[in-house]
Design a protein around this ligand. Structure first.
Ligand SMILES: *[C@@H]1O[C@H](CO)[C@@H](O)[C@H](O)[C@H]1NC(C)=O
Ligand SMILES: *[C@@H]1O[C@H](CO)[C@@H](O)[C@H](O)[C@H]1NC(C)=O
Ligand SMILES: *[C@@H]1O[C@H](CO)[C@@H](O)[C@H](O)[C@H]1NC(C)=O
Ligand SMILES: *[C@@H]1O[C@H](CO)[C@@H](O)[C@H](O)[C@H]1NC(C)=O
Length: 351
């Protein structure tokens, strides 16, 4: 009897100690209130807490900044499903977004990070925004179109659920540690700033993926910190008659390590443009400053109804000569894609 009880206690202890360790690091400048398995934990700024969960635990984790007025709004979630053979996890925006979160598996060499690091709040469509009483957007309801672009590694809809739910079954990790350490980082949303300046004497309609902004003549807009974002920025005079013609593209891909950017004329030219790294002394600007419209071969010209050339289709010979730092064909893609690893942002100028 006694022995059986002892054995039972012993095996219970083993079961408990072989649970899975989840460390939660708060990289923000303010504290967060974390909800995990129905329990709330306070995680101070720049600190770490550690929770051991059962080997077969299934559930989710979410957080709100301490003192947040909106506590029942949409929240970024981390979903876990642990088992003896395989763990699944994902950063999910199915129920919306409030904080950037990253899940990093440790003690393993074949498991992949799951993350949504972009500041979705800045790009949230108007009808999906959840604001506090002073009008700050503090959460964003599920908006797959925007979210899939800004957080390509998160679960935002059915398709990305299959694609972006990570499975981890590192044999060594299970054999040796019988536990998987998952570090969940609730990140501060510090990323790169993108400034867009309209140097023309006419108002421009700037399009960035699905979003459009009107930027008045000689003024500037600032897009707040972007992390792990890639996209294409184009512009068109607000009064333009031809809206579907060729356009100069400013391409940027921002990652946590190296950024890549270029001025591309592969889809043609309409406005002179420049992209300049901010805060870095050794990275190179990319530019096409020439008036390609005046030199555009007749067969590539796009004209409006008063017969003024307003766009020029891709013409590598002319474009490569006048804008030697822009991408005009396959060769110049390699030559003229700039990389930069220590800028704090980018200034884009249509001029
Ligand atoms: C990740 O694993 C290594 C090796 O086991 C360990 O030294 C390190 O502290 C772990 N990191 C975290 C955040 O647990
Ligand atoms: C054609 O383009 C020129 C140059 O942008 C502009 O001045 C003119 O008003 C345009 N014509 C029409 C009909 O929009
Ligand atoms: C970027 O790197 C260059 C070259 O090492 C250095 O001079 C510059 O200070 C760095 N800038 C930043 C913002 O770290
Ligand atoms: C600029 O300097 C940083 C830091 O020294 C370096 O990592 C990066 O490769 C440099 N970039 C270029 C384009 O030389």
């Amino acid at each position: 009897m006694q022995l059986a009880k002892l054995l039972f206690t012993f095996s219970l202890m083993v079961a408990l100690t072989s649970g899975k360790l989840v460390k939660i690091q708060n990289n923000r400048a303010d504290g967060i209130l974390l909800t995990l398995d129905g329990t709330e934990y306070t995680v101070l700024p720049n600190s770490l807490i550690q929770v051991t969960l059962a080997d077969n635990w299934e559930g989710s984790l979410s957080a709100v900044p301490i003192g947040s007025e909106v506590t029942n709004g949409p929240k970024t979630k981390v979903n876990f499903a642990f088992s003896d053979t395989e763990d699944s996890y994902s950063v999910s925006l199915i129920e919306g977004f409030n904080l950037p979160i990253k899940v990093i598996p440790n003690d393993s060499n074949n498991c992949i990070v799951s993350t949504c690091a972009a500041n979705i709040l800045r790009a949230c469509p108007l009808d999906k925004q959840v604001a506090n009483s002073v009008g700050d957007v503090v959460a964003c309801q599920n908006s797959p179109l925007v979210m899939v672009r800004l957080c390509p590694l998160a679960v935002v809809d059915e398709l990305s659920s299959t694609l972006n739910t990570r499975h981890c079954n590192s044999a060594t990790s299970y054999m040796i540690f019988r536990s998987l350490v998952l570090l969940v980082v609730v990140a501060s949303s510090i990323g790169k700033v993108i400034k867009i300046k309209n140097g023309y004497s006419t108002d421009l309609l700037i399009s960035i993926d699905e979003s459009q902004y009107i930027v008045a003549s000689n003024s500037l807009i600032i897009l707040n910190p972007l992390n792990e974002w890639s996209g294409s920025i184009k512009a068109l005079p607000v009064i333009a008659e031809v809206t579907t013609g060729p356009k100069t593209a400013v391409n940027i891909a921002i990652t946590s390590t190296t950024d890549e950017y270029s001025i591309s004329l592969l889809d043609g030219f309409n406005l002179a443009a420049k992209i300049v790294p901010i805060g870095s002394t050794n990275c190179t600007a990319s530019v096409c400053a020439a008036n390609i419209l005046q030199a555009c071969p007749i067969e590539d010209q796009v004209v409006n109804s008063t017969n003024v050339v307003v766009g020029c289709n891709n013409s590598p010979l002319v474009m490569g000569t006048l804008c030697p730092l822009a991408i005009v064909d396959a060769d110049s893609v390699i030559q003229n894609s700039q990389v930069c690893s220590n800028s704090t942002g980018y200034m884009i100028l249509f001029m």
